[in-house]
Design a protein around this ligand. Structure first.
Ligand code: SAM
Ligand code: SF4
Length: 325
């Protein structure tokens, strides 16, 4: 059983946003004073989430990533993680987090079955961190060290690289990841919402960063399990893998294997398009499991071929945090 979209791609990965709220306000993601969040009554409950992911699992989905907003802002997240990890078919449960709350949750998340972690970290300088995220760096570093001590592997650091903001820290971040055994991924800014569109003025192609690193390190072709869009290199003589996520300079839509479920139960078929399929009204109207599966198939049939971040940079008005980036 598998879900195949109109462009022949197997959809076997769901990014599940468990809340649109966040305790940080990264400049490229959420406006500083933003408060226009979904109300908790509109969030899918744990029972509803288990039902939807159960249906995806029956239709061939193997990987689930918990994301948001900041997923650790949702109360009892480890309990949800344990329920999803136990569903038939689900082989890989991972989490994307800003790590501010990771120190206290790391052990429970690992016990719940989360194995792989992605942590957003754009700078190692406290003042700059405050400038980019309006938060405190030391909490994030505490969270990262707690996760490392718990044995999560791999831990991937996601760095959004912005010209004149943090592009001078690329080499420092390589050193940090070498020291701690983390995987490093660089991400290009995407024009999601007004925040992403204004951050895109700081856009820098990762092809430039790769060339810069190649002058300093010997970069060998690399791979990484996980099924994501990053293209990896390995730094010769080390275990460090560096991934480049290049939605703008070299898009990867032809291998897209995912859909996103937002906290309010809307399926987004593409990060860079508005195509969506609301599941919450259907779930709350009492549809059967068979009908739910039919709706998931109908949603996948609407998956667009590709994003148009370059051609239509003003097109997507929702912020990254709303869709589950
Ligand atoms: N709060 C969690 C975190 O920060 O990892 C999970 C959600 S966050 C929306 C997921 C990822 O989206 C983060 O790595 C973040 O850096 C990235 N992101 C948000 N807005 C972006 C933008 N406009 N362009 C590129 N990446 C963006
Ligand atoms: Fe929050 Fe993640 Fe968006 Fe930053 S990128 S504001 S941590 S949701």
């Amino acid at each position: 059983m598998s879900l195949i979209d109109p462009h022949g791609r197997h959809i076997e990965y769901v990014r599940l946003s468990v809340t649109d709220r966040c305790d940080l306000r990264c400049r490229y993601c959420m406006p500083e004073g933003f408060r226009d969040f979904d109300t908790p009554e509109d969030w899918l409950t744990f029972d509803e989430l288990e039902r939807v992911i159960g249906a995806f699992g029956r239709l061939g989905t193997r990987r689930i990533r918990l994301t948001g907003g900041e997923p650790l802002v949702r109360r009892d997240l480890p309990a949800l993680a344990a329920r999803l990890a136990a569903l038939p078919g689900i082989e890989d449960l991972s989490l994307s987090t800003n790590a501010t709350r990771l120190a206290r949750e790391a052990a429970a998340l690992r016990a719940a079955g989360v194995r792989r972690l992605n942590v957003s970290l754009d700078t190692l300088r406290p003042e700059r961190f405050r400038e980019i995220t309006r938060g405190k760096l030391d909490k994030v570093l505490d969270g990262l060290m707690a996760a490392k001590a718990e044995g999560f592997a791999p831990i991937k650091i996601n760095m959004v690289v912005m010209a004149g903001v943090n592009d001078d820290e690329v080499e420092d971040m390589v050193g940090f990841c070498l020291e701690h055994g983390f995987t490093l991924r660089f991400i290009e800014t995407m024009p999601m919402g007004e925040t992403g569109q204004s951050a895109s003025r700081r856009y820098i192609s990762l092809q430039t960063i790769k060339r810069r690193l190649a002058e300093r390190y010997e970069l060998l072709p690399g791979t990484m399990p996980g099924g994501g869009p990053a293209r990896y290199v390995q730094v010769a003589g080390t275990d460090l893998r560096i991934g480049f996520i290049t939605p703008l300079s070299q898009h990867f839509c032809e291998t897209c294997n995912r859909v996103r479920l937002s906290a309010d139960g809307t399926l987004y078929l593409c990060l860079g398009q508005d195509d969506q399929y609301p599941l919450r009204p259907l779930l709350r109207a009492g549809i059967s499991d068979t009908e739910l599966e039919d709706h998931l198939r109908a949603a996948i049939a609407r998956k667009p071929e590709r994003h148009e971040f370059r051609e239509k940079p003003g097109q997507v008005v929702r912020f990254m945090s709303m869709t589950g980036g």
